[in-house]
Write a protein that binds this ligand. Sequence first.
Ligand code: ADP
Ligand code: MG
Length: 366
Amino acid sequence: MKVELKNLTKKFPSRNKKERAEVIAVNDFTFEIPDGTLIGLLGPSGCGKSTTLNLISGLLKPTSGKIFFGEDDVTDLPPENRGVGLVFQNYALYPHLTVKQNITFPLENLRGKDKMTKKEMADKALEIAKLVQIDTLMDRKPSELSGGQQQRVAIARALVKMPRVLLLDEPLSNLDARLRLQTREEIKRIQRETKITTVFVTHDQDEAMSISDMIVVMKDGIMQQLGKPQEVYDDPVNLFVAKFLGTPPISVFHGTVKAGQLYIGGTAVLAVPGAPDGEVYAGVRPEGFVLDENGPLSCNLTGVEVMGRDITIVSTHPDCTNTEIRAIISAENKVDTSSSAVRFSLKPFKVHIFDKTTEERIRFAL
Ligand code: ADP
Ligand code: MG
């Protein structure tokens, strides 16, 4: 099921009586989620992710704009008639019901031609439980399950009516690190198998990048960029997006462009043909640094971390806005740790420059 948002806006009245300004939680969103894809809504806390999800589910009414599922305008449909499955951060299972009863719960209320017999419900519950791999736990109560298992029950409950759209709001946030990794792989697998159009909300860029076919990066209720995770990483539209994606983060330097050259700390570090003269932020991805004893960028070496295939060179630079620069190079390189300086040259396609005032990307010829 294709989902389309058209000029979707949600304003909340101010909670602060003195300050009347309303909050625009979702500001004029227009984008399409193609049928069968998993889209990640990504952004810092308070940027409007849950509001967007709740507009799609119907739990919230938009201030203006429209939502379509396929060709159907669902903007005024109540949540129960939209055919959505919802999963939240806190699993919200019924504590007094067994796993099986929790999963069949949404089926109990079906009426008319959709009404199911006890046997049909049990079969359906087992089928879905197998899909999320909790079929051996059917008679347990939620309190007898681990966090990861509880979240699988919540996912099974959201899937049991075969929703047209699956909506997940930070579903992994309550899990420990190992379970988080495992469960996100599971969600990806379940989504691939069921091909249900899925919206996955998270503030964790690593999670969004690894699980999503497409990501939408948001800030202050405004959509910044939409694209495949790797495309957005490689081709950010502004400084916010560049900084939000990537671990270790992009290193951002104060720089100047003059006559097609990028200067950092008075030294020309890279040719940027076609970029206009002016003050810029220059962002360098960790994999964009090349260890080079004659390289133009000289940094103060503070540490070297060997991680199997890769080495992380940790350094500082007076014109870098990051407290430390983390450069990742192949372990085949030898770093002279006796020296207090380390010199780099830069890979042009791993360097992004941004207007100092607007923070918009400035493109240069590669
Ligand atoms: P996120 O899920 O990205 O953390 P939310 O969608 O929950 O963000 O919130 C977006 C903005 O809208 C925030 O500024 C939040 O305070 C505000 N907001 C959310 N719900 C309400 C509400 N019911 N009333 C007033 N303001 C709200
Ligand atoms: Mg939220």
